[in-house]
Design a protein around this ligand. Structure first.
Ligand SMILES: NC(=O)c1ccc[n+]([C@@H]2O[C@H](COP(=O)([O-])OP(=O)(O)OC[C@H]3O[C@@H](n4cnc5c(N)ncnc54)[C@H](OP(=O)(O)O)[C@@H]3O)[C@@H](O)[C@H]2O)c1
Length: 258
């Protein structure tokens, strides 16, 4: 019997925070059965040292890829490099994790911050998904598994509770972040639309809130640490089926209000 193919992942913003922890937990739990493309915008900077150290420890599993999600040229180069390494096998899981968080309300958010939020949190995932779509399609076509799952082909959009329009009255005063909210709500719409568009191709889409996590973005008052968040995220990602296609869930798998 032929050896089963390694499951391949591309994770954006993999040099720190949730992205780095995702690479860490995946490589530590399934080094022999996965292939990880850890993308970050500045692989040679000190802020990427922890990722580089991890990649050195697992050179057969982790490939560090330069990818700035706001720069179409860097994206094309990244897709070419990843495509060459995949050797026709396709990409099973794309995690659109890279994000930025300007915190102000309407009066304290500049036009530039609105643009940065939209460019990174919405257009970043849109661009990366479009660029890597041929590899996701390849993986889906190559799979003999029925239904939808991350073993076949999946795009995970790391969303946020603050994207919920319904929850604004409960959350706005404590966490205004108006440009961030708008960009993540738009990301949820992208997620839902793409889920419909690519159902026929067997590519699953899900938007997942990682919890309020103690990272640079979440700050020291976050409710959980990266380990707990990523354990939950990976469990949810691994359990997704066609029933959850397009869903907006938290890191326990609980559906969140739009
Ligand atoms: N932490 C929370 O409580 C929380 C809650 C809800 C949702 N989230 C979401 O979870 C995701 C990860 O957040 P985090 O807490 O891990 O944040 P973080 O610690 O601030 O890390 C953000 C990551 O995104 C990368 N990034 C930003 N802009 C990028 C770009 N243009 N191209 C490529 N990479 C870029 C950063 O790279 P550099 O190092 O180069 O800046 C970094 O790797 C984000 O989408 C965030 O919105 C987080």
């Amino acid at each position: 019997m032929a050896a089963s193919k390694a499951q391949s992942f591309l994770i954006t913003g993999a040099n720190r925070g949730l992205g780095l922890e995702m690479v860490k937990q995946l490589v530590e739990s399934r080094a022999s059965t996965c292939r990880l493309f850890a993308a970050c915008r500045d692989p040679d900077a000190p802020k990427s040292q922890a990722l580089q150290d991890l990649a050195k420890k697992y050179p057969k599993v982790i490939t560090v890829i330069q990818l700035d999600t706001t720069d179409p040229r860097s994206m094309k180069e990244a897709a070419m490099k990843v495509g060459a390494k995949l050797e026709g096998g396709g990409l099973n899981v794309l995690v659109n994790n890279a994000g930025v968080l300007p915190r102000g309300d309407l009066l304290h958010t500049s036009e530039q911050e609105f643009q940065m939020s939209m460019d990174t949190n919405l257009m970043g995932p849109v661009r990366v998904t479009k660029e890597f779509l041929p590899y996701l399609l390849q993986a889906s076509k190559a799979s003999t598994q029925p239904g939808m799952s991350w073993s076949k082909a999946a795009v995970i959009n790391i969303s946020a509770l603050l994207a919920s329009i319904k929850l604004v009255p409960e959350t706005y005063i404590a966490h205004p972040a108006i440009s961030y909210r708008i960009s993540k709500t738009a990301l949820n719409m992208f997620n839902q639309c793409a889920a419909f568009e690519f159902t026929k191709d067997g590519i699953l889409f899900a938007a997942i809130h990682p919890g309020w996590v103690r990272t640079d973005m979440g700050g020291p008052n976050g409710e959980i640490d990266v380990v707990e968040s990523v354990q939950g995220l990976l469990k949810v990602m691994g359990s997704l089926t066609e029933k959850e296609n397009g869903a907006f869930l938290d890191y326990h798998g609980k559906p969140l209000p739009w």
